[in-house]
Design a protein around this ligand. Structure first.
Ligand SMILES: C[S@@+](CC[C@H](N)C(=O)[O-])C[C@H]1O[C@@H](n2cnc3c(N)ncnc32)[C@H](O)[C@@H]1O
Length: 426
């Protein structure tokens, strides 16, 4: 039997993500580069299904394999997980799936091939168990499901879990000037129309489009769009005012927030952008050049770096637990733990403390995270505001983007990532 090349790629990617803590997006980018659309979709779907359902899959395995699962060779364990994702989650043709995965494993280890075959056929014969616990059903770590229930109630925890399993659309914004806006819109809309792909033009934020097809699928010119989630566009659009002149974007790569600000203010704003990671700083630099941002990139630790001048606007789009982006980056859930959230929150506090030193009197600090834990959001900003005598300004945004005095984009209501924003005035 011929080996399925796509499944071998799936195995390579999953093994790196599940066994070696690698990130999903760069691996997908690398392996899918030269493949047809159909093959890309096959691989992406299977990889995501496996990672997003890993807790449930492992519970299914425990029902059918009584020995210590962690003692299996990593490639055998990963193949079994992928095969179950294909059988149970994607419901692909059962015997083709069993034969294909058995063959892949058999080529490396005949005994393990037999074991996989036996487990998969047993699952097919007996059917999978139903799990009563929501956290297993939705593959959300138990500590997180409990935390969400405790902080925001059962309904939120359930909606969050369902949102995690829904398919994220692509959002992008067009890059245009007043004089060519209509022309660019026509170009974008015609490109999607020609392929027969759904494209939605949003009225807010004003340059935003939504589709389940990436702009590269319709061959859009790179210089006329920037892929950016609805939540990120909205938070910047809501806080961008004409009188901003000097900006420090403290944790800036790849530059999405600065690019939006500069675009709206017609590149008339001067930006200092700091970033701790060299590789990400390089991408940031390229983006600034490409989109003609009047900015300077400095690779440094923004918890320590002190610029020579003061700023009227500071952005901290903080490193965070990223729970609001797990729909696109499900591997976050494999690694996030409560004590890690505490650690991250300490870094965020140090970024805030340092940023405040460089903020002009009456200047604005916009603190953003793409997560939902109070430790990184409300609790932290309240603590900082009272310690430094800053005022938290209530955002002037539509009600659905507000939570008490904060900006809050709710992912399952907006069909986007989650974003939290707090405006602090000195
Ligand atoms: C959420 S991302 C920023 C995204 C960016 N604002 C955008 O919209 O494209 C956070 C960034 O902060 C960087 N970072 C983390 N700790 C930092 C520190 N101490 N100093 C500077 N940058 C830091 C990370 O490497 C990461 O690139």
């Amino acid at each position: 039997m011929a080996i399925s090349k796509e499944r071998v790629i799936v195995l390579k990617i999953l093994q790196r993500v599940l066994e070696e803590k690698a990130f999903l997006s760069p691996l997908l980018l690398y392996y899918l580069k030269n493949l047809s659309n159909e093959k890309r979709k096959f691989i992406q779907k299977l990889v995501f299904s496996c990672v997003k359902n890993i807790i449930r899959i492992d519970y299914i395995i425990k029902n059918f394999y009584r020995k210590d699962f962690s003692k299996l060779e990593p490639f055998v364990r990963t193949s079994l997980r992928a095969a179950i994702a294909e059988l149970i989650i994607l419901r692909r043709k059962p015997y083709a799936v069993c034969d294909s995965w058995t063959e892949i494993v058999k080529r490396k280890n005949i005994g393990a091939g037999k074991l996989i075959n036996a487990i998969l056929r047993n699952i097919l014969r007996k059917g999978v168990p139903e799990f009563k616990e929501e956290w297993i059903k939705y593959s959300i770590p138990k500590w997180l499901f409990k935390k969400l229930k405790r902080e925001y109630g059962f309904e939120f925890a359930l909606n969050f879990s369902k949102w995690f399993h829904s398919q994220p659309p692509y959002y992008f914004r067009i890059i245009c000037e007043k004089v060519n806006e209509e022309k660019i819109r026509e170009e974008v809309e015609n490109a999607y129309l020609k392929k027969g792909y759904f494209l939605s033009r949003l009225s807010f934020p004003p340059y935003c489009y939504k589709s389940f097809h990436h702009p590269w699928e319709v061959n859009l010119r790179e210089e006329i769009y920037y892929v950016q989630d609805f939540s990120s566009q909205t938070v910047m659009h809501s806080f961008c005012t004409e009188n901003i002149r000097n900006v420090w974007d403290m944790t800036s790569a790849p530059g999405g927030k600065s690019l939006y600000l500069s675009f709206l203010l017609k590149n008339k704003v001067k930006i200092i952008a700091t970033e701790i990671r060299k590789g990400r700083g390089k991408v940031l630099n390229e983006n600034f050049k490409k989109f003609k941002v009047d900015g300077k990139v400095i690779i440094t630790d923004a918890t320590q770096f002190l610029p020579r001048k003061e700023f009227d606007f500071i952005i901290i789009d903080a490193p965070c637990s990223g729970l609001g982006t797990i729909r696109k980056k499900p591997e976050i859930l494999l690694r996030m733990k409560p004590d890690k959230i505490c650690e991250i929150s300490k870094i965020q506090e140090r970024l805030l403390e340092n940023g405040i030193k460089s903020l002009k009197k009456k200047g604005i600090l916009l603190y953003i995270t793409c997560t939902i834990t109070p430790e990184e959001n409300e609790k932290l900003t309240e603590k900082i505001a009272s310690r430094f005598g800053l005022t938290i300004i209530e955002p002037c945004v539509p009600e659905f983007l507000k939570k008490i005095k904060y900006f809050f984009c709710n992912g399952f209501e907006a069909d986007s990532d989650f974003i939290f924003g707090c405006i602090l005035r000195k």
